[in-house]
Write a protein that binds this ligand. Structure first.
Ligand code: HEC
Length: 124
């Protein structure tokens, strides 16, 4: 009985902590996909310039996780070394910044993709 109360308290505290740090879980469908649709599909849909050059198709979770013809661009849990995050944050060679030849994404959007990768790049 006593342990149940303790557990309940811990779960409640964890919920408060998550809320306090703004660490809500990012959703692939609700948060990530709309950003990709708006900013990347123009070139990374089937037959687009970016898809043809790099092999990277961004039309679905599976194709995103598959990456370019050289391999994955997302390392779940590690936004620091994920090519996806490096390119949109401008941490790679300027010629490879994405979206290619366009204005960078606003920080709130690059942060969102960063959190999504750090939270495990889930198909949620
Ligand atoms: C205007 C067209 C265009 C848009 C928009 C665009 N890309 Fe690209 N993308 C390209 C081209 C072209 C390449 C191939 C670059 C090369 O190899 O020189 C590429 C390559 C890439 C690569 C692979 C780079 C590598 O390591 O070879 C990634 C990752 C990528 N794009 C992500 C994105 C993301 C994420 C977005 C949306 C935020 C995006 N791109 C929007 C044109 C675009």
């Amino acid at each position: 009985m006593k342990s149940e109360i303790l557990l309940g308290g811990a779960a409640l505290a964890a919920t408060f902590l998550l809320a306090a740090c703004g660490q809500k879980e990012i959703s692939f469908k609700a948060d990530v996909q709309p950003i990709i649709q708006q900013n990347c599909l123009e070139c990374h849909a089937e037959g687009g310039e970016g898809q043809k050059k790099s092999g990277l198709l961004l039309t679905s979770y599976d194709s995103l996780m598959k990456g370019t013809r050289f391999g994955p661009i997302v390392k779940p849990g590690d936004s620091l070394t994920s090519a996806l995050n490096m390119l949109i944050e401008g941490r790679a060679d300027p010629s490879l910044r994405m979206p290619h030849g366009k204005a960078s994404l606003p920080k709130e959007k690059t942060d969102l993709l960063k959190k999504w990768v750090d939270q495990g790049a889930k198909n949620n």
